[in-house]
Design a protein around this ligand. Structure first.
Ligand code: HEC
Length: 182
């Protein structure tokens, strides 16, 4: 092999190696940027909590008052009154149409995202394996967006436990065979 040819090959290999090293160095810089100190997520505090903390309640409760102990004495007729707030978006009768929200006949113990043909949010669909038991309804209806982040239900929630109990008693009555009380 003539000397100059060898030199050319040698230089080519050397150049290729340098380019490869340089590329590696640059991509490392690009792919491993300095990781920011600040956390990527935020904990949201609902604005209503402060106003909600009534006399004596120093800190806002993390979870709404459980509804099970209230259900025995709850009044479904009063709950029907509370449900007027839902009627803009929901129908309640058997076979009723889905509106802005799904029909709510037989909702107690039905799976999340129970209504066929309704365009649920991904957040709601992801919970399809879970039944709407009394406590799930209680937590959701107290503050829908906090209970299921990403829900499409644009409703602030029902703050008073008694109202929720009456409403859930009404929802329970919307069935051919209402679920047993807890
Ligand atoms: C502004 C319209 C609107 C109002 C008012 C509203 N909802 Fe909804 N609701 C929706 C929408 C939309 C969904 C579907 C949520 C999703 O896919 O994330 C929904 C979902 C639900 C679900 C879950 C149904 C399922 O199949 O999983 C329940 C239960 C429910 N609403 C109850 C109520 C009750 C009770 C009220 C009244 C206190 C109420 N909603 C008020 C729009 C509304």
């Amino acid at each position: 092999m003539a000397g100059s040819t060898f030199n050319k090959i040698f230089m080519a290999i050397l150049t290729a190696t340098l380019v490869a090293l340089l590329a590696g160095f640059i991509s490392k810089k690009l792919l491993h940027p300095h990781i920011p100190e600040e956390r990527a997520y935020k904990v949201e505090v609902p604005e209503t909590q402060a106003a909600d903390a009534g006399a004596g309640a120093a800190a806002a409760p993390a979870a709404p008052e459980p509804v099970a102990p209230l259900l025995a004495a709850a009044d479904a007729t009063k709950g029907q009154g509370v449900a007027k707030a839902c009627a803009a978006c929901h129908s309640f009768e058997k076979g009723g149409a889905n509106k802005v929200g799904p029909n709510l006949w037989n909702i107690v113990n039905a799976p999340h995202a129970h209504a066929e043909g309704f365009g649920y949010s991904d957040a709601m669909k992801a919970l399809h394996e879970k039944p709407w038991d009394y406590e799930a309804l209680n937590v959701f209806l107290a503050n829908p967006k906090a209970a299921i982040p990403g829900t499409k239900m644009n409703y602030a929630g029902i703050k008073k436990a008694d109202d929720r109990a009456n409403l859930i008693a009404y929802l329970r009555s919307l069935s051919d065979s209402p679920a047993p009380l807890p």
